[in-house]
Structures are given as C-alpha cells and as structure tokens.
Design a protein around this ligand. Structure first.
Ligand code: GLN
Length: 192
C-alpha cells in the first residue's frame, strides 16, 4: 500500500486529492493530508500544491514540516505553481525554498491574477498537448544538467523533472486531464 501525502496548508489542496483519487483507482494507495509534523515520515510520495508560497513556506517552517520533507527528500514529489517555488531553492525574506529540484525560478513571471490564462503545452512525455492553467504562475529560468525540461511556454520552461521530482509552473489539478497525476503515480510506483 502506497501512502501519498498532500501538503494541506493552503491553496488547491482538495483539487489535488480529487485528481489523485481519480488517477489511482488501480493502485493500492491511501491519500493523507499534511498539516503538521509527524505525517511526512509515513509517506511514500508527496504533493506540494499551489497557493501562496509565502504562506506555505512560513507554515512549513512553523510546523517543522520543512525539516521532515528534507529528511525524506528521496521520495517522489510533485510541486505545482507555488509548490514549484517551494521545491526550488528560491529564497527571499518570506520564502525559503527547500532545494529539492535543481531549477531557478522567478515568481509571478506571467503577470498578476488578471493575467491568468490557459495554454496548450507540448509536453515531452505525453503524445498530445496538455492544457496548462497558469494563475500568477512562476516560471523556470534555469535548470541544472540533471534536470529535464518537460514543457516550455514562451521564453520560459514551465515543467521540469529531476529523477523522481516533478515541478510544474501551472495547475494540472484544476483541469480534467489527469495525465500529470498519473505520471506522478507511475514515478511513485517505480521508485517504491
Ligand atoms: N504567485 C504565487 C506565489 O508566488 C503562486 C501562485 C499559485 O500557486 N497559483 O507564491
């Protein structure tokens, strides 16, 4: 039985849980929420949802969840939008990225809330375009040699994978296309 944890501090948490439930029908797995310390060590994989990276980062630290994620950093993880920022090593006075994937990010790369948009993305691991939903999205400006870029939009990279870590600038949980969740579950299955 696989245990998948969804960081449930703020943001698109229930949408990720629903997408995971729909994607994991053939898998023996349990989905748990992570609001405080003590849960991450039981997880075989983690999702860090989008929301507001300043809030998510602050509460991860306050609750001591950040340390547990770092102690378990070998497990598969998927970060979306603000979750990508948390997975990177981005740092400012409010946000402390955890350095789980070797990418540089810029926050709010595509403008403000009003400039949120949807765009078909060519993704290297899928055979037809994936509709990316971008909401005050960050972008990947640089990636290390061990990091594969899975999708680009305009001048930026917007999806990256390094081993069992997957980081997306957009929100796959807000659409009906489950391919990224299924891809993540396959990663989990192959790294267990
Ligand atoms: N703009 C947010 C941030 O920088 C991310 C937005 C999102 O996750 N949809 O934290």
């Amino acid at each position: 039985m696989l245990t998948i944890g969804v960081v449930a501090i703020q943001g698109a948490v229930s949408e990720h849980i629903t997408a995971l439930e729909k994607s994991s029908k053939d898998l023996d797995c349990k989905i748990v929420t992570i609001k405080r310390a003590g849960v991450v060590p039981q997880c075989d994989g983690l999702i860090i949802p989008g929301g507001e990276s300043t809030t998510i980062s602050r509460i991860l630290r306050f609750e001591g969840i950040d340390k547990e994620i770092l102690e378990n950093k070998g497990i598969p993880m998927m970060g979306t939008c603000a979750g990508l920022i948390i997975m990177s090593d981005y740092k400012n006075e409010h946000v402390e990225g955890l350095g789980l994937i070797d990418v540089q990010v810029t926050r709010n790369a595509f403008g403000r809330q009003a400039e949120s948009f949807q765009a078909p993305l060519t993704v290297t691991v899928f055979n037809s375009p994936f509709d990316g939903i971008f909401i005050r999205a960050p972008a990947i400006t640089q990636a290390g040699d061990a990091t594969d870029i899975l999708a680009r939009f305009e001048k930026y990279s917007v999806a990256a994978q390094q081993g069992n870590k997957l980081a997306l600038a957009f929100h796959p949980e807000l659409g009906n296309d489950l391919r990224f969740h299924k891809y993540f579950l396959r990663l989990l299955d192959s790294y267990k």
